[in-house]
Design a protein around this ligand. Structure first.
Ligand SMILES: *Cc1c(COP(=O)(O)O)cnc(C)c1O
Length: 415
């Protein structure tokens, strides 16, 4: 698909194309705000959603034109908010493969997001947020993170020449903390959880001149994560699967995919059939599951949050009502799995298929199995699991049998 020569055009960013953002809208009240100026939350304190002139967008691009473009995130340029190509900050956001899992004896697929820059799907959101920050001339960005978002912020900020300040819980995996530092950001390890880190960012905005890049407190990370929905639809030939199992922390990706499906229907590229959106959380931190089961619109703060799946250890999500709305409108559900089930699912998938999931991705596999067992979905329903980061970024059990080269090797004993 590359346009010329031996070097593939992975970044596809030089071509000028029209953009279609019309305004931003409060996700709760619908209040309209102007595009082309920096925003955080709406006046009601809720996430903002980016709106497009979809009629013009529909005239501006066809499925056939899209199909001819290079295989990267920027192929969806008309659906994205960046106005000027020169502001696009890219580290090579490839399309991610959809891999069937025949071993499961079901219509089961893994969307492997571990292939993206910085090894997680946080790259999708942060390439967009940082490109928009560049468009607005923002000089300093800050965020609380459980690791992967901070790594992506650091990388894209370095590429854009923007200063980055990152605050993690002090038990964040060392790999994350060190990659953040190597990629040029200032990184701080806080003796608390992500919401405690978020308070430090919020309180420092005025004195430090930071732009708050916390999950859903700026509007463009959703637009980047939305490309997961566009990509899924295109990869399945514009027929959506029956169910999507999404490891839910702040919920950016779930909200983003739901928004993508809505936009695709409005421009006539898909029909009204939707996947059931299934939010997966861990037993030790399941605020969305509790709110779903209690039938309420907003989630309560989850006390003493803990799980091996750090990416979904989010005790309070500012977009809770948007996550719950997508789950309910889609006929989906929210489900919690134990840490034991998460690690067992990771080990089993790796041993049986050769696919090393990250713990959050493994949580979706554990949840899928539990849902099939409980009859909440059928094995022959086409289901997609999100492996949101590379399994290589996480601690693994020790292995490797010692072998003394000075002694005769008993080859028969190795098998
Ligand atoms: C951030 C993250 C999640 C949660 O994603 P949201 O869209 O914020 O809910 C899940 N898994 C991993 C590995 C993450 O980094």
């Amino acid at each position: 698909m590359s346009q010329s020569g031996a070097v593939p055009n992975w970044t596809n960013v030089s071509e000028a194309r029209p953009t279609f953002v019309s305004h931003l809208e409060c996700g709760l009240t619908g209040e309209r705000l102007p595009a082309d100026v920096p925003h955080n939350l709406s006046p009601a304190g809720k996430p903002l959603l980016v709106r497009y002139d979809l009629a013009a967008l529909a005239d501006g691009i066809s499925k056939a034109q899209l199909a001819a473009r290079p295989p990267d995130l920027w192929r969806y340029r008309e659906f994205l908010p960046v106005r000027r190509s020169r502001n696009i900050v890219s580290l090579g956001e490839c399309l991610t493969p959809l891999i069937p899992v025949p071993e499961a004896g079901a219509d089961l697929w893994i969307k492997d997001e571990g292939r993206l820059p910085t090894g997680s799907f946080k790259a999708r959101g942060l390439c967009m947020a940082v490109s928009m920050a560049k468009e607005f001339g923002i000089a300093r960005m800050a965020m609380p993170t459980n690791g992967n978002a901070g790594a992506a912020l650091a990388a894209y900020c370095r590429a854009a020449g923007i200063e980055a300040f990152v605050f993690c819980p002090d038990d964040t995996p060392q790999t994350n903390i060190r990659e953040i530092a190597l990629q040029g950001a200032k990184v701080f390890c806080v003796n608390g959880l992500i919401n405690d880190c978020g308070k430090i960012v919020g309180d420092g905005i005025d004195s430090m001149g930071w732009f708050d890049t916390s999950t859903l407190k700026e509007p463009y990370r959703i637009e980047g994560k939305k490309t997961m929905g566009l990509e899924l639809a295109e990869q399945f030939g514009w027929e959506l699967p029956e169910a999507i199992f999404y490891p839910t922390g702040g919920g950016t990706g779930l909200i983003g995919m739901w928004k993508a499906f809505d936009e695709l229907e409005r421009i006539g590229w898909i029909g009204s059939r939707r996947p059931r959106m299934i939010a997966v959380q861990a037993d030790g931190c399941a605020p969305i599951v509790k709110a779903y089961e209690d039938g309420v619109e907003f989630a309560e703060l989850w006390p003493d949050a803990h799980t091996v799946a750090a990416g979904i250890r989010v005790p309070a999500a500012v977009g809770d009502f948007l996550i719950l709305r997508a789950i309910r409108d889609s006929g989906g559900f929210a489900i919690a799995v134990s840490d034991e089930a998460i690690l067992a699912a990771r080990d089993e998938m790796a041993a049986e298929t050769g696919f090393l999931l990250c713990p959050e991705g493994a949580a979706t596999y554990a949840a899928w199995r539990q849902s099939v067992r409980d009859g909440r979905i059928a094995a022959n329903d086409r289901a997609v699991l999100f492996n949101c980061a590379t399994g290589l970024k996480y601690p693994m059990p020790p292995a490797g049998t010692p072998l003394d080269r000075h002694l005769p090797i008993d080859y028969g004993s190795l098998a």
